[in-house]
Design a protein around this ligand. Sequence first.
Ligand code: 6PG
Length: 237
Amino acid sequence: MPILNQQKMTQTCRWHAFDSALELERAAIVKILGAAQSAIAARGAFHIVLAGGTTPRRVYEALRDAATEWRAWHVFYGDERCLPIDHAERNSRMAAQAWLDHVAIPAAQVHPIPAEAGAAEAAEKYAGVVNNIELFDLVLLGLGEDGHTASLFPGHDAGDALDAPSTQAIMDAPKPPPQRVSLSARRLSDTRQTIFLVTGNGKAQAVANWRSGNKIPAALIAPQCGVDVYVERSLLE
Ligand code: 6PG
């Protein structure tokens, strides 16, 4: 009987407060492009995991005009909603319209989650995609008002055990649509850098819970390098 490694990782969290969402977004763009430059210089490639939701949209739009070696970028998604591939609420559609359709990243290097196939099948397929990458270079994540991140929700298995699979099939997400696919907390932690982008007044309670030590799903993302949380200052008061 294999000994399951149920050990959990512990998160090191660095908080960066910004006076406005605009300042936060500008800082995030600098960080993303800096991470890309370092990764490409060191390893010839940059593996980034995108956050979904609405918070990152303006960051993605600004990346259209970035001066970087797009042919070295490899794009993955932290989660996806089980909707038709061209549905307006798909995270992949938002990123494509805001950014990816406007830059010269080779199509074979952009990896949407095939969530239109249904959660179970898509989770299995996507595990095969990400299992080829030992460490991502940068993971971008958002924060939900209930403390969720990616599609890892409170009261659900976040896949934060050291031997957790790379992906989770979610059938009953409290944030519509109910069916989703998410990278697990463990897989999201296999990265050189992680940035959370947190804006919007509705996030204040989730931020307070996080900072007071509650194990909200966002607190389960625990890469060796720690996480950097870019947050509007008003959410810390
Ligand atoms: C999703 C996202 C989710 C999102 C948060 C924040 O598919 O819904 O991946 O984790 O990042 O819910 O959403 P907003 O950025 O819209 O506030």
